[in-house]
Design a protein around this ligand. Structure first.
Ligand code: S3P
Length: 436
């Protein structure tokens, strides 16, 4: 990873004053990982336009190349992949996913169906994150997986091979778990079914359709149910990756809290499971207009707004899980007390986001209290001065930068460890600068 901007650069670029203009955000990270993985499995040549340039996605591309897919990434804005299961072979070295939970968990699903050994590891944060949630169902399907703490922690050593389909209900709402099991299921004998109590983002379902896989997606008895047939051959495809709503959320909240702002974020994915943060902000009184481009993308037109408090809990949480740190920043500027609950998953993200959001916003005067499964935020503003810390977490770094933008003239906030943004959005500060 390149060192990225320093804390001083952050303070200089953040400056003060309204944000105005039209911008694009990077290609969606979740879709980017899946586009590469599905292209590596599909028999033939796939073309991918608009991939995320973040380190997480770059590493997934490198992992697939190490496994034998031909990934031509000389032009990152138009990547060509010659894939096919029969070309995939044992990687010579362990695969290092860096900071990427999606990369590690989805690749573990793929590796489970490949008849050789794959070792998956990453950075210190990845090695703390729970892997039992994928290892258990993948073992049940027949993969031989070992890892630290009996396979609950990475590195994971996967000996893949003959798998049997399963009928599985993930114990936590997780698109990564759903996707790992479905990816393994594509190479298993017999069907694999995943039942979600709370439906999570549908990108794997969308990719199955794009790659011509016979799959059934249905709502049954309140569950979101996805079934793939075993021994499925995927067809190559072309995809233009839409803008990442999780990245758009930082610009949206920045425009809402900085007086005088009016920003248009173009071509953002707003399909199922991803636009929850817009609903939360609309409930808070935000002036956000969705101008539809097609069924799953829209331009977001956002104007500075007076916000009021809301509650975010239950089925809504998976739809905005990655946006909760920046929603907490918005809540600091809202009238009243905002409650985030049923969000214990935040504790096992790139950092413990309940702890890191709370500690860093409190450092700059935010009235934020951690609960076991969320946060309570009393509005009343913040005083973004001094130094805050990213804890190596890209979303914490960007949420704090947004808090810094709201500081007004003369305020200077240094975000220590800002380089963490490289994992998902190397151009974040340039985009902010372009809105000045
Ligand atoms: C993702 C799923 C979510 C999300 C992550 C990306 C995906 O994680 O937080 O940033 O691409 O499937 P979980 O599956 O752990 O909820």
């Amino acid at each position: 990873m390149s060192p990225g901007p320093t804390a001083r650069d952050v303070a200089r670029i953040l400056g003060s004053g309204p944000l105005t203009g039209r911008v694009r955000v990077p290609g969606d990270k979740s879709i980017s990982h899946r586009a590469l993985i599905f292209a590596a499995l599909a028999e033939g040549r796939s073309e991918i336009v608009g991939l995320s340039r973040g380190d997480d996605v770059v590493r997934t591309a490198a992992a697939l190349a190490a496994l034998g897919a031909e990934v031509d990434a000389r032009r990152w804005d138009h990547v060509v992949v010659d894939g096919g299961v029969s070309r995939l072979r044992e990687a010579e070295r362990p695969i290092d996913v860096g900071n990427s939970g999606t990369g590690l968990r989805l690749l573990a699903g793929v590796a489970s169906r490949l008849p050789f050994l794959t070792v998956l590891l990453g950075d210190a944060s990845i090695h703390r994150r729970p892997m039992g949630r994928i290892v258990e169902p993948l073992r049940e399907m027949g993969a031989v997986i070992d890892g630290r703490d009996g396979g609950r922690l990475a590195p994971l050593v996967v000996r893949g091979g003959e798998l049997q389909g399963i009928d599985f209900t993930p114990p936590v709402p997780s698109a990564q778990v759903k996707s790992a099991v479905l990816l393994a299921g594509l190479g298993a004998s017999g069907p694999t079914t995943v039942r979600e109590r709370f439906a999570t983002r549908r990108h794997t379902e969308e990719m199955l359709e794009l790659a011509g896989a016979p799959a059934e997606v249905a709502e049954q008895g309140g569950d979101h149910v996805v079934r793939v047939r075993g021994d499925t051959e995927l067809a190559p495809f072309s995809i233009d990756v839409p803008g990442d709503p999780s990245q758009a959320a930082f610009l949206v909240v920045a425009a809402l809290v900085v007086p005088g702002s009016e920003v248009v974020v173009e071509q953002v994915y707003v399909g199922p499971g991803r636009a929850g943060f817009v609903d939360v902000l609309l409930r808070m009184g935000a002036d956000i207009e969705l101008v539809r481009r097609d069924a799953t993308t829209a331009d977001l037109v956002v104007r500075h707004s007076d916000l009021h408090a809301t509650e975010v809990r239950g089925a809504e949480v998976p739809d905005c899980i990655d946006e909760i740190p920046v929603l907490a920043v918005a809540a600091c500027f809202a009238r009243g007390t905002t409650v985030f609950a049923d969000a214990a998953e935040l504790r096992v993200k790139e950092s413990d986001r309940i702890a890191t959001t709370t500690s860093e916003l409190r450092r700059i005067g935010g009235d934020v209290e951690a609960t076991e499964d969320g946060m309570v935020v009393r509005g009343g503003g913040i005083e973004p001065r001094g130094t805050v810390h990213s804890h190596g977490d890209h979303r914490i770094a960007m949420a704090l930068a947004v808090a810094g933008l709201a500081g007004g003239p003369g305020s200077e906030l240094d975000v220590d460890g800002f380089a963490a943004v490289e994992t998902s959005w190397p151009g974040f500060l340039d985009t902010i600068a372009a809105l000045r």
